[in-house]
Design a protein. Structure first.
Length: 209
């Protein structure tokens, strides 16, 4: 999987793609269903698939310290996406400049002119652009105008509830790792870096890091 950091690294060879866009926190079963559809469309149309995401997540930008904890940090997200065999990941910085881009400019500037999108797959609750004014209906109208296809994935449910990042977060906060695993489609994990300490444990016969 190719990782593209920032729009300034988009080149001519990146134009023409089957695309999805969102935060994809957790990359749970619902996300995986959407990405399976993305890959199928990519193969059908013979264009590379591309996932567009943001760092920090828009919610983190707006809510700051009170934002709920992530299920997956960027490095963990990359690891999972590589396992799902996506072609490309584009990470766009979310800042004040990004925040004020009108929805129509996201469509014309990013999707059409920069990426030359051929087909777009989004979630059923997808919103975009300044003030989250862009929605699926706007994308459908733009697709008819600019010549790209658009589809959205319906809600995936498990045990009478919607599979969502917030539901998984709630399950983890209650210690219900079994439910979290079922919603995620894999065991929950956190990646970290081993930091060497003073190695006193070795002197006690109990080596750690």
């Amino acid at each position: 999987m190719e990782i593209i950091r920032g729009l300034h690294n988009i080149t001519a060879r990146h134009k023409g793609c089957v695309l999805t866009i969102g935060t994809f926190d957790g990359l749970h079963h619902g996300h995986q269903m959407l990405l399976s559809h993305l890959k199928a469309k990519s193969e059908e149309l013979n264009y590379p698939n591309l996932l567009v995401t943001f760092e920090p997540q828009p919610r983190e930008y707006f809510q700051g310290a009170v934002v709920p904890a992530r299920l997956t940090r960027f490095r963990e997200k990359v690891t999972i996406l590589r396992g799902l065999a996506l072609d490309r990941l584009l990470c766009i910085p979310f800042n004040e400049r990004t925040r004020i881009i009108p929805a129509k400019d996201v469509i014309e500037g990013l999707l059409v002119n920069t990426l030359d999108v051929q087909y777009l797959v989004v979630g059923d609750d997808f919103q975009f652009g300044e003030g989250a004014r862009g929605n699926y209906e706007m994308l459908k109208e733009a697709g008819d105008r600019f010549g790209f296809g658009v589809s959205h994935m319906g809600t995936l449910k498990f045990e009478h509830g919607r599979i969502s990042s917030s539901r998984i977060r709630d399950a983890l906060s209650l210690g219900d790792f079994d439910l979290a695993e079922k919603l995620l489609g894999r065991p929950y994990f956190i990646m970290g870096r081993v930091v060497y300490g003073r190695q006193l444990g070795r002197q006690l016969g109990v080596p750690t890091a």
